[in-house]
Design a protein around this ligand. Structure first.
Ligand code: G6P
Length: 613
């Protein structure tokens, strides 16, 4: 969702802004723009569509200047159009603003500013900001910084902002509240960006801004203040990710690269949290083993794919501990009255650590006195900073919009967490834990095997990709896998797909089955009581001439007579089969998307990081 990059220094700003915006493309956007300081004016260029259009416009009419801001917009208020694209300006065109977030009281502010004579040209909420700053300067704000602070004291909602003033040729201003923004600290130059990957090729030191902070960046340094004007000391931290981690490394897409990274990431997590002193090596998250012993309930909250891992996590925690565990969508949880008390541990799952609904849920849980443990991929993200404890999934930057490596890393985190809590509560004994851990160790190799057989998955995708719809069925541990497989397909191939608990098929989706509908049946839990039930469901599909694609364990003799196509996966322990199965479904969606010619890394309308509600 909206990306921001800003630069002040001695190099030409626009190429750096474009470079940074390209690295933010993965967040999802529908238009883009830049503003750069020039002696006579602030030059502004905007384009609807991809960044290449903005790049072309800048090639035709170059903009010089060593101070500038750039923006990719994901439309919320007002359609994607040039006039609604950022940067937005005040009446004089001498203040330019880029914004990520939503100013919730913009209508009221706009009406008031219009009464004062301010002229608006867009439908956006953002446009009130430059006009508010202009108004504050007119009524005597002592400095641009003070004008920004005064303006923001009046704005309700979420924002990350970059601001340029024409009469401040050496200063870039920025502020954040609720939307992500970092400062990149260089030698004689400074950056702002929505995240570290955007500027990872330019700086090795960053400052993670806190909510309610305003920053003035000059080539020689930065100064930070709170909205009330109090100075804040900048906490400079090293960048921990490598520049190469945001390159495709020879793969045709980021998504394919990220799918292939999964075995390495899972091995790394297993090595980090291997066996130690009779348990899973894991810090107690500062919560202490007695905390886990006394715990009576866990509540997992997340959005999108992370919600599907949360559903899986619940099953594992229920399986290995005596805890009552519930999972909910963060967007629903935040409006519920779930009757939770400080005896409940809230687990927030988020790849980006910036998802608005997940953050709101964390804040609610904390207000009820609950501890929050997050499973998160981005160090320094708001979720990580606001949680009492964090399990970092360490999957590295995920650029493809569709979650892949972050998903299996979250699944692994839940598996390790369940064993850790099971041991802490003495509900899993040492021998069981050791056995479970050694079964988990087999997962990365099984995924390698699935990846090696990707051409077989491609053949299945090539055969079935062109229908209007598909149905994914699974049970128990693989019910969330079915949901995730269907979501992957929808997200990147745009083929309608339903994920369903196979036991629910008779309550509705069976009506969809005909000789054209591909039905992907996840039937790998061969030692589980649900295996026989899954076979019965497949027979019901067969009886109605549905086209069965089975995801089955190598050597399962029941499959060839039943399924039209089979994607074979190696046997792993039933509880851990979702980690392997989902990789096959990622590939299935990937090849279907390729056959349908979609933009796999940047699917239409989607944003990687949903920072507004
Ligand atoms: C967006 C992304 C999904 C992701 C979801 C939650 O919808 O496109 O891939 O699962 O947000 O994001 P989070 O960063 O909180 O995991």
């Amino acid at each position: 969702m909206c990306g921001i990059v800003g630069y002040v220094g001695s190099r030409a700003a626009t190429p750096l802004l474009l470079g940074g915006l390209k690295r933010l493309e993965y967040r999802g956007y529908d238009s883009a723009g830049v503003a750069a300081w020039q002696p006579e004016t602030l030059a502004i260029r905007k384009c609807v569509g991809r960044l290449s259009a903005l790049e072309q416009s800048l090639e035709q009419q170059p903009v010089a200047g060593t101070l500038g801001v750039g923006h990719t917009r994901w439309a919320t208020h007002g359609e994607p159009s040039e006039v609604n694209s950022h940067p937005h300006t005040d009446c004089s065109g001498r203040i330019a603003v880029v914004h990520n977030g939503i100013i919730e009281n913009y209508q009221e502010l706009r009406a008031e500013l219009e009464r004062q004579g301010h002229k608006f040209c867009s439908q956006t909420d953002t446009e009130v900001i430059p006009h508010l700053i202009e108004a504050e300067l007119k009524v005597g704000a002592a400095s641009p910084e003070e004008a920004i602070r005064r303006a923001l004291r009046r704005a309700k909602g979420a924002y990350a902002l970059g601001v340029l003033f024409h009469d401040q040729p050496r200063t870039l201003y920025a502020a954040r509240c609720g939307s992500p923004l970092i400062v990149g600290v260089g030698q004689g130059e400074q950056f702002i960006a929505s995240d570290v990957p955007a500027i990872v090729d330019q700086v090795r030191r960053v400052i993670y801004l806190n909510d309610g902070e305003v920053v003035a960046l000059r080539p020689e340094g930065v100064s930070i203040s709170k909205l009330d004007g109090t100075a804040v000391e900048a906490k400079i931290q090293p960048v921990t990710i490598a520049a190469e981690s945001v390159e495709k490394a020879g793969f045709e897409t980021f998504m394919l690269k990220e799918i292939h990274e999964q075995p390495r990431i899972l091995r790394h997590l297993l090595a980090q949290h291997g066996w130690q002193n009779g348990s899973v090596a894991m810090p107690d998250f500062g919560l202490g083993a007695p905390y886990f012993r006394k715990l009576n309930r866990m509540m997992v909250v997340a959005c999108g794919s992370a919600y599907h891992t949360g559903m899986y996590g619940k099953l594992l925690l229920e399986n290995f501990t005596s805890l009552a565990v519930e999972t909910d969508l963060a967007s629903e949880f935040r409006y519920r009255d779930p009757k939770i008390d400080p005896g409940t541990l809230v687990v927030a799952v988020s790849q980006s650590g910036e998802t608005a609904d997940t953050l709101a849920s964390i804040r609610m849980a904390k207000s009820w006195g609950c501890k929050v443990l997050s499973i998160c991929n981005v160090p320094g993200s708001t979720v990580a900073r606001e949680s009492d404890a964090v399990f970092f999934t360490e999957a590295g930057p995920e650029i493809g919009v569709a979650a892949t490596k972050s998903f299996t890393a979250q699944q692994m985190a839940f598996a390790l967490l369940a064993l850790f809590i099971g041991r802490a509560r003495n509900e899993v004994n040492e021998a069981q834990a050791q056995e479970l851990l050694s079964d988990l160790q087999r997962v990365p190799d099984a995924i390698v095997y699935v990846l090696e057989r990707r051409e077989a998955v491609r053949k299945v995708a090539d055969k079935h990709h062109d229908g209007p719809s598909s149905l994914y069925l699974g049970r128990r541990f693989n019910y969330p896998t079915a949901l995730e497989g269907a979501l992957k397909n929808k997200e990147i191939s745009y083929q309608h797909a339903e994920g369903y608990a196979a036991g629910e098929m008779k309550h509705g989706p069976i009506a969809l089955i005909n000789e054209y509908l591909p039905v992907i049946c996840l039937c790998t839990q061969t030692r589980d009581e649900v295996y026989a039930k899954m076979i019965s469901n497949m027979k019901e599909v067969e009886a109605r001439h549905g086209r069965i694609i089975a995801l089955a364990t190598d050597g399962d003799a029941a499959m060839p007579g039943l399924a039209e196509d089979i994607i074979w996966v190696p046997a792993v322990r039933d509880e851990f089969s979702p980690l392997v199965n989902v990789v096959a479904l990622q590939l299935l969606a990937y090849y279907a998307a390729q056959a349908r010619g979609t933009d796999i890394d940047k699917p239409r309308n989607l944003a990687k990081s949903v920072t507004v509600e």
